[in-house]
Every structure is written in C-alpha cells, then in structure tokens.
Design a protein around this ligand. Structure first.
Ligand code: ATP
Ligand code: SF4
Ligand code: MG
Length: 331
C-alpha cells in the first residue's frame, strides 16, 4: 500500500527581486499511516514552505521547481487547482498558526464549520448539526458556544475551533504549522494535547511544524531536523537522544532538558545561510565547530547512521566524540 505522504527530492523556489530563493532544496521524507512527524529548524529554513506546498497554497511567486509530493500515491504537484481544492481539507488539512487562524469575523464559528461541510458533502441539516456538535466536543469546546462569533472566543478557544475546522471532513493527513504560537504556555499544552489525542485516538497521520524541540520530543514519534532548505537528520526519537549531526547536537545543547518551552532556536552562534546563494559544501559548515576544509567543498549526503536514522554529515562516525564536545566545548 502506498505511504500517506511521500516527498521526494522536493525543490521549491520563491522569485524575488534579487533572484530565486531556494527555500526547499532537495528534501525527501515519507509518512506512513498513523505516524506523527515533528519538523524542527530555525526560522526561515523552509518548514512552512513545505506545509504550503503539501496544501497547494504556495504564494504566486513560489513554485515547485523539481520533485514530487505523493499523497497515497498521487503526485499533488501535478494536480490542477480544482483537483487540489477537492483534496484540500477532505484528504489533507492544515491547522495554521494561532495568530493568523482563518475565521471570518462576521460569521459565527458554527456557520463557518457548516459551510465547509455543505461545500464538500451531502449531509442533511440534522447530520451537519450532529457533526458540528461532535467536533466541538472533540476539541473541548462547550456546545453553548456554537453560536458565538470568533471574537467572542479567547485565542485558545479559537485555535480549538480551528482544529475542529481542520477535522471537519475527517482528513487522512493533518499538517499543523506552529499551531500554538502566541498562546500562553498552559493553553499551548492544552492545544498540543488535543492534537495528540486526534493522532492517538483517530489514527490520523500528522505533521507538526515547530521551533520547539521540547514539543516534538514529547509528542512525535518521528523527527526531521531542517537547516537551510535541507534535512540534516531524520529518524525516530533517537534523533534527539543520540544525535549524529552537529546541528542537531547544537540544538539539543541549547535545550539540555527539553524543559524550556518557547525559546527560539537561535542559540547556536552565527546565522542561517542565504537561500539566494547557499554556501558550497555542507550548508552548516560556517557555524559547525567540527567543520574541515573538506566540509566547505563537498556537500554530505543523507546516509543511514543507525536503523531508520539518517544524518547528513561527513563525520557522522565521530558522533560519540562530538556529543561529548558539544556538552563541554572546553574538552
Ligand atoms: P519560521 O520558523 O520563521 O516560520 P520557516 O522555516 O517556516 O520559518 P519559510 O516560511 O518556509 O520558513 O521560509 C523559507 C524561506 O523562504 C525564508 O528565507 C523566507 O524568507 C523565504 N520566503 C518565504 N515566503 C516567501 C515569499 N513569499 N517570497 C520570497 N521569499 C519567501
Ligand atoms: Fe559539520 Fe562537516 Fe558534518 Fe557539516 S559535514 S555538519 S560542517 S562536520
Ligand atoms: Mg513557518
């Protein structure tokens, strides 16, 4: 049976006045049914671009230059706008950033859920009402709030309603792009718990995009670490416990106990590479404490370092030594 999501050698460019920005530059990963993948990386590394490409909502200056995004075997890159509209929400849905969730302020939340159901199904009025009540209960919203307008909800409640919207047509794959940004920590936990319940109870395949490694460590069963438009390390929970890539090690070192929610990942010295003119060789070499002249010349391929675990570093076989040095740079 085909995987739920199979991304192969995906390249996405944004046209800018200074040239093409290579926001995603040769990314491959697969999500099997029921898997929960966490995608982490610093701001600007291309996470949301992947989400937008999966949803078919890249902005007009963005395009898939190469590669495929297969959903249950169908290449979404080849679909027409109208075919993609059919797939969006029904097969794949998006939980967007809480700060920019997509409710129209002039209609009640219930009406907006109802319109989404009407547009895609032939449910009767009674069936739609029952479905909306079920969705409200699933995300922990009280039924008496059904006729409220979005502005009558708190930020956390609006985000719960947004999760209900993402689930309205019972999609196979749910993409959540920074779903808790801007919410306070307690509400963040509640929202992430709801998303995890959807994964655990309903068996949904999920892609969670975040800056927050603690969130990924707690919630996800697969982890992808992105840097400068590429995946640097990918695998199960060992990606954080037994990291092989110096970039992942740097991130883990910045979050020693995974207990500092909400901190930005920019605690590794230096800045991410330019996407207009990415550095030759390993993209991380300008910031890597272990870089050699060879790293600056030759790009490392993503190779298996342990079963089901890949990393793109020429010196992945020295990871044990790197781990010790990353913890104590003075040794
Ligand atoms: P963040 O964590 O801040 O949300 P991200 O990893 O989601 O970052 P993207 O939004 O995917 O990053 O952006 C990847 C790169 O593409 C960035 O360098 C960004 O500046 C650039 N980019 C994004 N959207 C556009 C656009 N519409 N036009 C030109 N460049 C863009
Ligand atoms: Fe560092 Fe070289 Fe490995 Fe890149 S290939 S992460 S520069 S050691
Ligand atoms: Mg983003």
């Amino acid at each position: 049976m085909a995987s739920v999501l199979e991304i192969e050698d995906l390249h996405i460019r944004y046209k800018t006045k200074n040239g093409d920005a290579r926001a995603v530059d040769g990314i491959s990963f697969t999500l099997e049914a029921g898997e929960y993948l966490g995608l982490v990386g610093e701001s600007g590394c291309g996470k949301s671009t992947i989400a937008k490409a999966i949803m078919g909502i890249l902005p007009p200056n963005g395009r898939v230059a190469e590669g495929t995004i297969r959903f249950k075997g169908t290449n979404l890159v080849r679909l027409s706008q109208s075919e993609m509209r059919h797939t969006r929400w029904r097969d794949i849905s998006l939980i967007p950033q809480s700060a920019m969730n997509g409710f129209d302020p002039v209609y009640t939340v219930k009406r907006q859920l109802d319109e989404a159901i009407t547009a895609h199904t032939k449910m009767s009025v009674g069936e739609r009402q029952a479905r909306i009540e079920q969705l409200f209960s699933m995300v922990g919203l009280e039924a008496q709030r059904l006729d409220d307008y979005p502005h009558q909800f708190s930020g956390g409640m609006r985000q719960r309603a947004m999760i209900a919207m993402a689930m309205v047509l019972d999609p196979t794959l749910v993409v959540a792009d920074e779903p808790t940004t801007g919410l306070d920590v307690i509400v963040q936990d509640q929202i992430l718990q709801r998303i995890k319940e959807i994964h655990d109870r309903l068996g949904k395949t999920m892609l969670l995009i975040t800056h927050d490694m603690a969130v990924v460590a707690e919630n996800c069963d697969k982890i992808a670490v992105m840097y400068g438009g590429r995946i640097m390390e990918y695998g199960g929970e060992d990606v954080f416990r037994q990291a092989y890539h110096p970039y992942t090690l740097g991130l883990c070192n910045a979050f020693p106990d995974f207990d500092q929610r909400g901190r930005d990942l920019i605690s590794i010295p230096g800045v991410p590479p330019s996407l207009l003119d990415p550095p030759k060789g390993c993209r991380f070499h300008e910031r890597c404490p272990f870089a050699t002249a060879y790293c600056a010349r030759v790009e490392p391929p993503l190779l298996e370092v342990a079963p089901g675990h890949v990393a793109a570093c020429h010196y992945a076989d020295r990871a044990a030594e790197f781990r010790i040095q990353a913890q104590d740079p003075d040794t």
